[in-house]
Design a protein around this ligand. Structure first.
Ligand code: ZN
Length: 304
């Protein structure tokens, strides 16, 4: 298997050749910067095996063997290159790249689960007696119950720890909630809910997974919308709200209507234009357009 250059650089940096060789050979300083010892690869009585700390290499003047730290471990432990790399990675307490990658994959999966559970919490809240302010708001804006379900709308209660407590009960750590952008750090070191007293719009990726939230004020607060900041699973500058919900209509009608805000998407959808969506962020960018053009080449912009 191929290891990334950067990983191998770090591996050799963190396995000083003098330290590694010293575990097998008694080294004594002899000439200049170099250390000498009895060669472990051939039998000898006077040291001809040298290590150059500045160059991080070894060389035997008797049998001619030489190389870097990885090569030394291959020779002395009789290991293949990948096994020698794994050996030194363990020694330096470094995860191997594929392990690091699977760690990253499971971390992302965990954040997606957390977002899904948070979306359920907000949605349940909207339907509960506590959700009365949001229910009023939805009614005033003439959003039908079908749209509430279609877009998974929710309500973040006017409270500092409703979501945090609910997610803790589900086994999520404060750190995970922080990484997902669902909580912020308070001055006392604890965390508090990032979204309070707002109508919640889950942002789904094209596979339908909740990757972030957009939260709209219902009482005229500024800013009108708060979005999740960038997280390991969400890059605001390239996401489009409503694309997952719109995907079937886009296919059927062979077009997409791009509008400015989440409420526009919902109202158009309710009026029979299920192919509407809205870019997240303040401006439409090339990344947004690329995403839309993957689905249809008929893109209609409808901005104020
Ligand atoms: Zn030798």
């Amino acid at each position: 298997m191929a290891f990334p250059e950067r990983f191998l650089d770090e591996l050799t940096e963190r396995n000083d050749i003098v330290d590694v060789v010293s575990q097998y050979v008694r080294l004594t300083k002899k000439s200049g910067a170099n250390l000498f010892g009895l060669c472990p690869f051939h039998s000898e009585k006077t040291p001809s095996f040298s290590v150059a700390p500045d160059k991080q290499i070894y060389h035997c003047f008797g049998c001619g063997k030489g190389g870097g730290v990885i090569n030394f471990i291959m020779e002395i432990e009789n290991l293949s290159f990948p096994d020698a790399v794994a050996f030194l990675a363990r020694r330096a307490n470094m995860p191997l790249p594929e392990e690091a990658q699977s760690e990253d994959t499971s971390r992302r999966a965990r954040l997606l689960e957390l977002n899904r559970d948070a979306a359920r919490f907000f949605h349940d809240m909207l339907k509960s007696p506590q959700g009365a302010p949001a229910q009023d708001y939805v009614r005033r804006r003439a959003i039908s119950p079908a749209m509430v379900t279609r877009f998974g709308l929710g309500f973040a209660p006017d409270s500092w720890e409703s979501l945090a407590n609910a997610m803790r009960r589900k086994g999520y750590s404060d750190q995970e909630m922080f990484e997902a952008g669902l909580v912020k750090h308070g001055k006392s070191g604890g965390v508090y809910d990032a979204f309070r007293n707002r109508l919640m719009f889950p942002i789904r990726n094209i596979r339908g997974q909740v990757i972030a939230f957009s939260a709209r004020t219902m009482i005229g607060e500024e800013p009108k919308y708060i979005n999740t900041g960038d997280t390991p699973i969400f890059t605001k500058g390239s996401e489009v709200f409503g694309l997952y919900e719109a995907r079937k209509s886009i296919q059927d009608k062979k077009r997409v209507i791009v509008v400015e805000g989440q409420m526009d998407v919902i109202q158009l959808s309710q009026a029979g234009f299920g192919e509407a969506c809205a870019p997240l962020g303040t401006a439409i960018r090339a990344e947004h357009i690329e995403r839309l053009l993957k689905m249809t080449d008929h893109v209609i912009f409808s901005f104020d």
